[in-house]
Design a binder for this molecule. Structure first.
Ligand code: NI
Length: 175
């Protein structure tokens, strides 16, 4: 199980590196990411959120028991997006924070699986939102960027508080 990194951990702002090695070690890491995501009750988790700056993320937006709906995307790329949705979004690296965010309604991506095989995945609604939210993480982008001003204002105080807390924790000697 991994520990989830929270804002403003610098790993969240870094552009992640492509994956070049596939196989059992990667599959195991992805399994650990799923366990971490389920424990945190999330629908998506990107490798930078667990401190690994690699182009890997997982989603599961199905309500059924896992492994139904589990998708792991390695080196993902957008093929096409379509339409628009404007609804609430949150992030495991910003606990308890939600904001309305504009996203395409549908998205089709291609990615490699843990064995390096390319596949395509299409999502609509929440699934499209999750696919694109996690992809942003691989480019060092977090969901509070590009918000409508009225939405950003709601989060500003909490974000400043998180920054202050991180600074304080840094100055402490941890035994
Ligand atoms: Ni996130």
């Amino acid at each position: 199980m991994f520990t989830i990194r929270t804002y403003p951990d610098p790993v969240l702002m870094r552009v992640a590196e492509p994956v070049t090695e596939f196989g059992p070690k990667l599959a195991h890491m992805v399994e650990e990411m799923f366990l971490t995501m389920y424990q945190a009750r999330g629908v998506g988790l990107a490798a930078p959120q667990v401190g690994i700056s690699k182009r890997i993320y997982i989603i599961n937006v199905e309500e059924d028991q896992p492994p139904e709906g589990e998708i792991a995307l390695i080196n993902p790329e957008v093929i096409s997006v379509e339409g628009e949705q404007y609804s609430d979004e949150g992030c495991l690296s910003f606990p308890g924070m939600f904001a309305k965010k504009r996203r395409p309604l549908r998205a089709t991506l291609r990615a490699q699986d843990v064995n390096g095989e390319w596949f395509e995945v299409t999502g609509e609604g929440l699934k499209a939102r999750a696919l694109l939210h996690e992809l942003d993480h691989l480019d060092g982008k977090v969901f509070v960027q590009d918000l409508e001003p009225v939405e950003f204002v709601k989060l500003r105080k909490k974000l400043e508080q998180m920054k202050r807390e991180a600074k304080r924790a840094k100055g402490k000697v941890r035994a």
